[in-house]
Structures are given as structure tokens and as C-alpha cells.
Design a protein around this ligand. Structure first.
Ligand SMILES: *Cc1c(COP(=O)(O)O)cnc(C)c1O
Length: 441
């Protein structure tokens, strides 16, 4: 069994996280339950930030909070001196509610609404990452009407494809995101914003994909962006102060994944940027990065209670848990793979092959196919590892299943970060049927 962060197993076979017994957590908070190991999140954050500091490079490490967004995680991110990426008015609102410093919030998205952009101006966030020509027009309208400045980056697609799953690649030319760097659109966007009285162009942004396990893609992309910046400097005396190379740093979901340490990605990026600075005779820009998954992914564990079992003779043994695609859509959506253990029998032999099904009314609602586990019985607890990113944040109320609770653990202590939804919560926005019914003769 692979342990993440502070995980261990007690003599009686209970999985411990952050010095807290997961069996105890299930009794206190119920299941399904998301458990976050704060020590591991801090370690990852420091791995990125400390490397920039050690090498004397000005940087912002922005937590891409679509991976997992709530008030408590934003407060932890602030404590760790991270910046923050938000991609919607809802995430921005949550960040402001959490007390996160507005000047370290960056706003992303390929279709930000007028109202969302106004919220960004109202709250005076640090930077908007501009995605398209329509957004430039909206920004001009809003900033001119208010006579209020706004710092921006232009998001470009450098045509670099990270080696990853097709569904989650955003860096290639055929993308809904950003201005194409190679077909003139990025230059056109630059001309539209460069001399604007309120829009302050800091530099360029790119995000080349997700679950990236090598540094070449980042280096290639950085080179392309800086080449473009050097042309703009020559032609327009443009001084680039920020180069944002995005997120997508890979994590270990299963033994097939071999991620690099945060410091390796950062060191390699810095080296490439410095080389390009030299080659193109630029001044060294700040480097911004945007880790999401790699900050919170393997720090999260989902805890379920096992219920029914079904044997399909000679084919498959199913065990079903009290959650599923409503709290983890990734297996159904991306064919994502996970590892698990029975949290109250973690020290027992793994001699059984089970397919872990959820409880949702959908045949594709399977969390793990043919996983090797300890013998499962009703009432046992199943811990699925590495569910901290794009798990809770993609959760739904399909089948009117309430969304799970989220608990933080650290140094033997635990606290609720998000309450479990109640049935009452599920109907709180429902209204009674009042239209006059056509009488049936
Ligand atoms: C999703 C996203 C990220 C974070 O990606 P991870 O794979 O979670 O690290 C960073 N930047 C942008 C623009 C994104 O869309």
C-alpha cells in the first residue's frame, strides 16, 4: 500500500491521516466523507514557493482553486502565502468571503460575464487573465466607465501539447481558451490593450494541460511566449513584467504515475526563463504558476461505507459504497484510476478483487474497476486515495444525493470544513407548483 503524506496504519488496522483515526472520523462525521491532510498541502505549497525564494526569483504561486474551493481552504492558502486563481463569480465571491487578500486573486475564464467582471472591479482583484476579444471589449467598457485601472495578462495558446489525456488538454491550437500565439490573434489582442489608459498589460499566460509529468512542455511553452514578448519589446517597447506558465503538475493516482517534486518543475522553469531572458535581452519577469491538483489532490481521501455486494459468477465481484459519481465524477468522465484500502482492515492481506460501484442510478457509476482489496463486508469503510482535486468541486446532487462533508486533519486534530448537505438543503430552492392546471374533461 502506498501512503500519502501523514498516512499510517494502527496496530488494529485502522488507517490514520494527520494523526487522526479514520474510523473515528466516520463515527463523528458520517460517510461519505472527504478528509484533507493539511500537512501535505502545506508541504506542496512550500515546495513551490520556497524554490522560487531560494533562487531569488520574484514569483506568485496561485492555487488554482477550481480543484477544491471553499472558505476554509482559501484561508489555509492565504496562511501559506499562496495567491489564488478563480474561474467564476462564485469562486471569487467565496474567496472574498474568506477574507483572502483581493490583490492576490487572479480571475480566469473563457466567458466571464459583465457582472462577473464588475465584481472583479468592485473587489479590486490583482489581475484578470484575459481570454478573448469579447472580454477585451467588456473590460474597456467597464474600466472606462469607472475610470478604474485593472491589471491583466493575455492568455495565449502556444501550440504546445502536454502528454496527457485528450479530454484535459488545453494548450493546442484547437482550444476554446485563449489567443492563438501563431496565427496573429495574440498580436491583435496585444495591439488592442497595449496603450489603453486603464488596462495595464503585465504579460502573458499559458496553461498547457493537466497531469503533466515532465518539464519539456513548460520549457517549450515558455520559450514561445518569450519569443513573442521580445518581438513586442522591439516593435512597441513593451516591458513584460509577468510570465505565467499555468498549472498542470502531475500527481500520483496509481503506481503508473511518476510525478516530479514541485521543486523540480520550478527549477527547470526558472532555468528556461533565464536562458530566454539572456537570449532575447529581456529583463527578468516575475514567474507565476498555478498548481491546482498538485496542491490538494493527494492530500484528499474519500471515506465511504460499504453496503451491498453482488457476484456475477465467473465475471466480477461488485461492492457498492454510499457515494459514487455524485462525489467523484472523474472515473466516469475521464476513465480516471484510483487506489483504495479498507480503512478498518488496512493491515489485512489483500486477496480479493472487487469492482467498487457507487449508489447512483447509472451503470457507469464505478469508482474502481477490479481493485485488489482486503475482504469486504457490509459496514466496512473504504478509503479511496487521492481524491482531493476535482472531487468535491465537481460534486453534484444527481439522484438528490446530498453532497458529503469535508473534514480537515492535522497533528491529531480535526475540524469540519464543509458541512454535509441535509435533505432540507436539497429542497431549499424548490418552489411549489402553482400554475393553474388545465382541467381535464
Ligand atoms: C485548471 C487550471 C489550472 C490547474 O490545473 P491543475 O491540473 O489542477 O494543476 C491552472 N491554470 C489554469 C488556467 C487552469 O484552467
Amino acid at each position: 500500500m502506498h501512503f500519502y503524506g501523514t498516512q499510517s496504519v494502527t496496530n488494529d488496522g485502522h488507517l490514520m491521516i494527520g494523526g487522526v483515526d479514520t474510523v473515528e472520523l466516520s463515527r463523528t462525521y458520517g460517510t461519505p466523507l472527504f478528509i484533507y491532510d493539511l500537512e501535505l498541502i502545506r508541504k506542496r505549497a512550500r515546495g513551490f514557493i520556497d524554490t522560487f525564494n531560494r533562487l531569488g526569483i520574484k514569483a506568485e504561486v496561485a492555487y488554482a482553486s477550481k480543484a477544491f474551493s471553499c472558505i476554509a481552504i482559501y484561508q489555509l492558502a492565504n496562511e501559506e502565502r499562496l495567491s489564488l486563481d478563480v474561474v467564476s463569480g462564485g469562486e471569487l465571491y467565496t474567496a472574498i468571503k474568506s477574507g483572502f487578500p483581493a490583490e492576490r486573486i487572479h480571475f480566469h475564464g473563457n466567458n466571464k460575464s459583465y457582472a462577473e467582471l464588475e465584481l472583479a472591479f468592485d473587489t479590486k482583484i490583482g489581475c484578470i487573465v484575459v481570454d478573448n476579444f469579447y472580454e477585451i471589449e467588456l473590460l474597456k467598457q467597464i474600466s472606462e466607465a469607472r475610470k478604474q485601472p485593472m491589471r491583466i495578462l493575455l492568455r495565449v495558446t502556444p501550440g504546445v501539447e502536454a502528454h496527457t489525456h485528450d479530454f484535459i488538454t488545453t494548450g493546442q491550437a484547437d482550444s476554446k481558451f485563449g489567443f492563438d500565439l501563431n496565427n496573429g490573434q495574440a498580436d491583435e489582442a496585444f495591439q488592442k490593450v497595449v496603450n489603453h489608459p486603464y488596462i495595464q498589460l503585465l504579460g502573458l499566460h499559458c496553461h498547457i494541460g493537466s497531469q503533466i509529468f515532465e518539464t519539456d512542455g513548460f520549457s517549450l511553452a515558455a520559450g514561445k511566449l518569450m519569443q513573442k514578448i521580445s518581438i513586442w519589446k522591439e516593435q512597441n517597447q513593451f516591458e513584460c513584467t509577468v510570465l505565467n506558465l499555468g498549472g498542470g503538475f502531475g500527481i500520483r493516482y496509481t503506481e503508473e504515475d511518476h510525478p516530479l517534486e514541485p521543486q523540480v518543475y520550478v527549477e527547470e522553469m526558472i532555468k528556461t526563463v533565464q536562458e530566454n531572458v539572456k537570449e532575447y535581452k529581456l529583463s527578468m519577469p516575475e514567474i507565476w504558476i498555478e498548481p491546482g491538483r498538485s496542491l490538494v489532490g493527494d492530500a484528499g481521501t474519500s471515506l465511504y461505507t460499504i453496503g451491498s455486494q453482488k457476484t456475477v459468477p465467473n465475471i466480477r465481484e461488485y461492492i457498492a459504497v454510499d457515494g459514487g459519481m455524485s462525489d467523484n465524477i472523474r472515473p466516469a468522465l475521464y476513465d480516471a484510476k484510483y487506489e483504495a484500502t479498507i480503512a478498518n482492515k488496512a493491515n489485512e492481506q489483500r486477496n480479493f478483487t472487487y469492482t467498487v460501484a457507487g449508489k447512483l442510478c447509472e451503470s457507469g457509476d464505478k469508482l474502481i474497476i477490479d481493485g485488489v482489496l482486503q475482504k469486504a463486508e457490509p459496514g466496512d469503510l473504504l478509503a479511496v486515495f487521492c481524491t482531493g482535486a476535482y472531487g468535491y468541486s465537481m460534486a453534484s446532487n444527481y439522484n438528490r444525493v446530498p453532497r458529503p462533508a469535508v473534514v480537515f486533519v492535522e497533528s491529531g486534530e480535526h475540524q469540519l470544513a464543509i458541512q454535509r448537505e441535509s435533505y432540507e438543503d436539497l429542497v431549499q430552492n424548490d418552489l411549489p407548483f402553482t400554475l393553474n392546471k388545465v382541467s381535464v374533461k
